[in-house]
Design a protein. Structure first.
Length: 140
């Protein structure tokens, strides 16, 4: 039972991270562009499910499992960035934030590292759930 709940819970967590990364989609969910927002959520849910299945297929071979792990790691880093921006700055990730990250120095990054404890924990939980789901789908 637990094995079947984890992929469904993972999809819900991913879509939540997606919605907080693009707040205008959630705002339009109750406005005039309701159908566009629902379509976007549905499309990204299907895209994430196909990503999981693709990685499960890659995970069957020991050589391509490295590629699958790297893809899952990159997706988890994307989730980390989205959640960090929402929890710390209360907004979605944008170009200004990307430029700020690229222009910061190591001292500034270390002084702000305490703010990334909760997003870091969520990153590892998300990565673990992705890898567990991919392993579960590999067996199916």
């Amino acid at each position: 039972m637990f094995k079947k709940i984890v992929p469904i819970l993972l999809i819900i967590i991913y879509l939540t991270g997606f919605l907080i990364s693009f707040p205008y989609i959630f705002d339009n969910l109750f406005g005039a562009e309701k159908m566009d927002s629902i379509r976007n959520i549905f499309e990204y849910g299907i895209m994430f499910c196909s990503f999981l299945v693709f990685n499960a297929l890659l995970f069957k071979n020991k050589y391509t499992s490295v590629i699958a792990f790297i893809l899952c790691l990159l997706l988890s880093i994307n989730f980390l960035i989205s959640v960090s921006c929402f929890l710390i700055y209360h907004s979605g990730f944008n170009v200004g934030m990307a430029i700020s990250i690229l222009e910061s120095n190591p001292d500034e990054a270390m002084s702000m590292s305490y703010m990334f404890i909760l997003p870091g924990i969520l990153f590892f939980v998300f990565l673990g759930m992705v890898m567990y789901s991919v392993d579960y789908l590999k067996k199916i």
